[in-house]
Design a protein around this ligand. Structure first.
Ligand SMILES: C[S@@+](CC[C@H](N)C(=O)[O-])C[C@H]1O[C@@H](n2cnc3c(N)ncnc32)[C@H](O)[C@@H]1O
Length: 229
């Protein structure tokens, strides 16, 4: 969402906030670091089980190396999951196994395209709630918030993210203080619909595809979602 806003210049500036150090390394590298190194490392990589194990076993000494490992994991772990203990892709799309989501030329191009517009984007490795509080009173700021799902939707024992716990109630409270507009995308959980009602926010269900291509619904939350109907 943020990248589209930046590419299409729909905002003067884009601020991205993410807490997971693995994901953060990708943004640090593309937006402030050696994006060319990352892009070429991806293109040069021979994807097979042995080189993957080797690449992931090596300690990452730089942000660039951690970014590379993050992308390798995201593309070869089941559902793109980065959290410790994530399973590997077994058969993948069309039975192509490990390589089924490894599109090196496309990933390289995407990284270089984002790096081209890096001056439009600032990345903060930190707490999104904290940053949201800092900008809450700014009427020129709009917020797109894509939090981890609530516990009621996450399958027991499954963990998609290293940081999968968010104070949902506090997030709604902060949103109620925004001078500008906002949009949240969430799981369709009863407690979120109740929170939205309590704060007088609008909600709308949208059909989305999960990482396993199953149809599911997500909940949009905002002040006025007439535009989505
Ligand atoms: C549903 S994912 C959204 C990812 C992102 N919108 C994207 O499309 O790549 C939720 C993300 O929120 C991050 N996260 C969890 N708590 C956070 C916090 N307090 N501040 C910033 N990011 C957080 C997780 O690490 C995870 O990457």
């Amino acid at each position: 969402m943020a990248l589209t806003v930046a590419f299409e210049q729909r905002a003067g500036h884009v601020l991205l906030v993410e807490r997971d150090p693995q994901v953060a390394a990708v943004w640090h590298t593309i937006l402030e670091g050696d994006a060319d190194w990352l892009a070429e490392a991806i293109l040069d990589f021979e994807m097979d089980q042995e080189s993957l194990n080797d690449a992931l076993r090596r300690p990452a000494l730089t942000s660039e190396e951690l970014a590379f490992q993050t992308i390798l994991k995201n593309r070869t772990h089941r559902g793109g999951i980065l959290a410790p203990g994530a399973g590997k892709v077994k058969h993948g799309e069309n039975g192509k196994g490990l390589r089924s989501r490894w599109y090196p030329a496309t990933i390289r191009r995407r990284i270089l395209d984002i790096a081209e517009i890096r001056e439009r984007i600032t990345f903060i490795e930190g707490d999104g709630l904290e940053v949201a509080r800092q900008y809450a009173a700014d009427p020129s700021a709009v917020f797109f918030i894509d939090p981890p799902y609530t516990a009621s939707t996450k399958r027991a024992g499954s963990r998609l993210y290293l940081y999968s716990e968010v104070d949902h109630e506090e997030l709604f409270h902060i949103a109620s203080t925004f001078a500008g507009d906002f949009l949240m995308t969430y799981d369709n959980a009863p407690e979120l619909r109740a929170l939205a009602a309590r704060y007088g926010f609008d909600t709308e269900l949208v059909a989305v595809k999960s990482t396993h291509h199953a149809e599911m619904t997500e909940l949009l939350i905002g002040r006025n979602l007439d535009w989505a109907r």
